[in-house]
Design a protein around this ligand. Structure first.
Ligand SMILES: Nc1ncnc2c1ncn2[C@@H]1O[C@H](COP(=O)(O)OP(=O)(O)OP(=O)(O)O)[C@@H](O)[C@H]1O
Ligand SMILES: [Mg+2]
Length: 221
């Protein structure tokens, strides 16, 4: 489903070279819920961004559903990403000037899905995340946990099999964090979606099917 081979990422500026990932080899199977843990700065977000085709590796191969993505151009990458992957960020990344429905419809708008189909799909996923009663609200009128559920609805509206979540509960209090985790587990167990999550929370990691640990850009466990 996701296969990374000999992955390396080096950030270079004029003066500084940072090796963010070194010789990473990883396979994520369909239906897995994988946690990525490790100290701050060890390369977790870099890895997730590369898996999610938001960033490219310096060298190595990234295969998603058997397709090697490394030689795709930006347009091909954007189309592939939009179809295959749903991203959830710690800070939600919602657009505050759009209401909940319009935020959730965005990935479908890029795919040129008709307005009525977009609306139908957005309403269905918002029902799934328990926010049917907040569809006309704006992000600033919602709690953090509700914002994250909107972001999850947006991630799944195009029906991707893979969800990538970078510290999805990092900005939430523990009760809201539990609700968001329950939702991710439901998407994994009931819908069979593959989830890769970066977390600093040991308890959350224990509840997933596998945990891998990084230190200084290398997988250590
Ligand atoms: N755009 C960038 N340019 C230069 N260096 C970067 C860039 N993004 C990340 N880095 C560096 O790469 C390393 C890994 O960063 P990354 O954001 O992947 O860490 P992380 O494990 O997600 O940390 P955290 O737990 O704090 O989110 C760090 O040393 C960081 O400073
Ligand atoms: Mg990070």
């Amino acid at each position: 489903m996701i296969k990374l081979t000999n992955l390396e990422k080096i950030y270079r500026t004029k003066e500084i070279e940072t090796v963010a990932l070194e010789n990473v080899n990883l396979e994520v199977q369909k239906g897995e819920f994988l946690s990525i843990m490790g100290p701050s700065g060890c390369g977790k977000s870099t890895l997730l961004n590369i898996m999610g085709l938001l960033d490219s590796p310096t060298s190595g191969m990234v295969e998603i559903n058997g397709v090697n993505t490394v030689n795709m151009n930006d347009k091909e990458l954007a189309a592939f990403r939009n179809k295959q992957l749903g991203f959830v960020f710690q800070s939600f990344h919602l657009i505050n000037s759009l209401n909940v429905l319009d935020n959730v419809e965005l990935p479908l708008l890029y795919r040129k899905v008709s307005a009525s189909e977009r609306r139908k799909a957005a309403e269905a996923v918002l029902e799934k995340v328990g926010l049917s009663h907040r569809m006309r609200h704006f992000p600033t009128q919602l709690s953090g946990g509700q914002c994250q559920r909107v972001a999850i609805a947006r991630a799944i509206v195009g029906n991707p099999y893979i969800i990538l979540a970078d510290e999805p509960t990092g900005n939430l209090d523990s009760k809201m964090g539990i609700e968001v985790m329950e939702l991710l587990h439901q998407l994994n167990k009931e819908d069979g979606r593959t989830i890769v999550m970066v977390t600093h929370n040991e308890q959350q990691a224990q509840q997933t099917s596998r945990t891998i640990r990084f230190f200084d850009g290398r997988q250590v466990q």
